[in-house]
Design a protein around this ligand. Structure first.
Ligand code: S3P
Length: 431
C-alpha cells in the first residue's frame, strides 16, 4: 500500500453487494483451538489480515503444521501436549487478541516462550490477563517486572479459579477460559456485561463442555479438544465501515452477504436502527454455531442517539465509524461507558475526536466517550491513521461525504483486518 491514500470521488453513490473478509475474532480462535486440539482442522473463510497471520506464525513456531491457500487454512496439530519450545520469540505484531489469548493458552502448556509485539502493542495493558492467570499459578515474567510485552511464559500446572471480571473484555474472558481448559478443577468466569462469545461457541464445536448461567461461564479443566471444520462468516466489524458509508451517502443501497450476526456483535445494527437507517435482514443461517446472513442498508435521514451501557461491548470496535456517522445525524449523539476505547490500538476517544475535528466536526471528548452534534458538512483534510486500522478506515469512509479530498497518512495498517478494503470501496462506488 502507498504511504498516503487520497479519497476523492465526484458525488459518490454506493451500490451493489459485498462479501467482506472473514471475522477476525473467529479466525484467530479457529487457529488457536485447531492447534490446541489433536488432529486436523480445516478452516474456510479465514481472514488473511496481518493480525491473524501473526497467530498462524506463532503456532508454526510451536511445531503445529499450518498451511494456507488464500482463505482456506489446514491445521494439523500434535495437540497442546506435543508443542515444541520455539527457537525464537513469538511475535504478536499489532494483535491484542493474539497476545492476550496466547498468554492464557501458553500458561498451561508445557513450553517456555517469550512473546513480543510492535510499538503499539507493547504499550497496551496485559495486567488484565496476567493478574487472573497469576491466581491460577501461571509463571509469566517480564525483565522489568511490568505487565507489558515482552513477557516470558513458562508453561506450568494451573489451578481453576472463580473469576469476577473487572472489565467487559472478550480477550480477558477467553484467556481465563483457555487457561481453565488446561487447569485442575472447574474454572468460572463472571462478566460485568456480556462480551463476544466466540470462544465459548467454538470450544463447544471442538468438543469441550461448558455451562452458562447468566453472565457466569463454567469450564472443567483437562478436557481434550478434537479437530473439526470451521466456517468463518464475514466480519461485521469490517462491514460496519461500508454500512455507515451507505447509510450516510445519498442514494446508496448496499447488501452485505454472509456477514456474521452473532448477537454479541450486532450492537451496530441496533444503533443504525435507532438512528433511523433503513435496514433489512434476510437469509439468516447457522443458528447453532455462528449466525450469519444478509444485511441491506440504504441511505437514510439520520437522527442522533445515545450509545452506552450493555450495548458497548456489542459494538466496541464500531465506535470510531459510528462517531463519523453521528456527525451526519440531527441532534446530539452521546457515546458513554466506553472508556475501554482508550486502551485499544490507540486511544480511540482522543484520536477519533482529533481527526473528525480536522474535517470540521463538532465533537467533545469525555473520560468515557464522546458527544457529537450534527449534522455538519465535513471538509477535506489530511487525516492520520495512528497505525490503527479502524482509524484508517474511518478516515477513508469520511472522504465519501467531504466537500474536498481526504488524504490518509500511513494507510498500510488497514491490512491488519481488511487487506482489500480499497478494492471493495472502489467496487461499490458508482457501479
Ligand atoms: C476481541 C475483543 C475486543 C475487541 C477486539 C477483538 C476478541 O477486545 O475490541 O478487537 O477477539 O476477543 P477487548 O477484549 O479488549 O474488549
Amino acid at each position: 500500500m502507498p504511504e498516503e491514500k487520497i479519497i476523492s470521488f465526484e458525488q459518490p453513490v454506493l451500490r451493489g453487494t459485498l462479501q467482506v473478509p472473514g471475522d477476525k475474532s473467529i479466525s484467530h480462535r479457529a487457529v488457536m483451538l485447531g492447534s490446541i486440539a489433536k488432529g486436523k482442522t480445516s478452516i474456510t473463510g479465514f481472514l488473511d489480515g496481518e493480525d491473524c497471520l501473526s497467530t498462524i506464525s506463532m503456532f508454526q513456531q510451536l511445531g503445529v503444521s499450518i498451511t494456507r491457500e488464500g482463505t482456506a487454512v489446514q491445521v494439523d496439530s500434535p495437540g497442546i501436549a506435543g508443542w515444541k519450545t520455539p527457537a525464537e520469540k513469538l511475535d504478536a505484531g499489532n494483535s491484542g487478541t493474539t497476545a492476550r489469548l496466547m498468554l492464557g493458552i501458553l500458561a498451561g502448556s508445557s513450553v517456555t516462550s517469550t512473546m513480543c509485539g510492535d510499538q503499539y502493542l507493547t504499550k497496551r495493558p496485559m495486567k488484565r490477563v496476567t493478574a487472573p492467570l497469576a491466581l491460577m499459578g501461571a509463571a509469566i515474567t517480564n525483565e522489568a517486572q511490568k505487565d507489558y510485552l515482552p513477557l516470558t511464559v513458562q508453561g506450568s500446572k494451573l489451578q481453576a479459579i472463580d473469576y469476577q471480571m473487572p472489565v467487559a473484555s472478550a480477550q480477558v474472558k477467553s484467556a481465563v477460559l483457555l487457561a481453565g481448559l488446561q487447569a485442575e478443577g472447574e474454572t468460572t468466569v463472571t462478566e460485568t456485561d456480556v462480551s463476544r462469545d466466540h470462544t465459548e461457541r467454538m470450544l463447544r464445536q471442538f468438543g469441550a463442555k461448558l455451562s452458562q448461567d447468566g453472565k457466569t461461564i463454567r469450564i472443567k479443566g483437562r478436557q481434550q479438544l478434537t479437530g473439526t471444520d470451521v466456517v468463518v462468516p464475514g466480519d461485521i466489524s469490517s462491514a460496519a465501515f461500508f454500512m455507515v458509508a451507505a447509510a450516510m451517502t445519498a442514494d446508496s443501497d448496499v447488501s452485505f452477504e454472509k456477514v456474521g450476526l452473532n448477537p454479541t456483535r450486532t450492537g451496530i445494527l441496533d444503533v443504525l436502527e435507532a438512528m433511523g437507517v433503513q435496514m433489512e435482514l434476510s437469509d439468516e443461517q447457522g443458528f447453532d454455531g455462528e449466525r450469519y446472513g444478509t444485511v441491506r442498508i440504504r441511505h437514510s435521514k439520520l437522527k442522533a442517539t445515545e450509545i452506552g451501557g450493555e450495548l458497548i461491548p456489542r459494538l466496541i470496535d464500531e465506535l470510531p465509524v459510528l462517531a463519523l456517522l453521528a456527525t451526519q445525524a440531527e441532534g446530539r449523539t452521546v457515546i458513554k461507558d466506553a472508556q475501554e476505547l482508550r486502551v485499544k490500538e490507540t486511544d480511540r476517544i482522543e484520536a477519533v475526536a482529533a481527526e473528525l475535528r480536522k474535517l470540521g466536526a463538532n465533537i467533545e471528548t469525555t473520560p468515557d466517550g464522546m458527544i457529537i452534534s450534527g449534522p455538519t458538512q465535513l471538509h477535506g483534510a489530511t487525516l492520520a491513521s495512528y497505525g490503527d486500522h479502524r482509524l484508517g478506515m474511518m478516515a477513508a469512509v469520511s472522504g465519501l461525504i467531504t466537500d474536498g479530498p481526504v488524504h490518509i497518512d500511513d494507510p498500510s495498517c488497514i491490512a491488519i483486518s481488511y487487506p482489500q478494503f480499497f478494492e471493495d470501496l472502489e467496487s461499490l462506488v458508482n457501479v
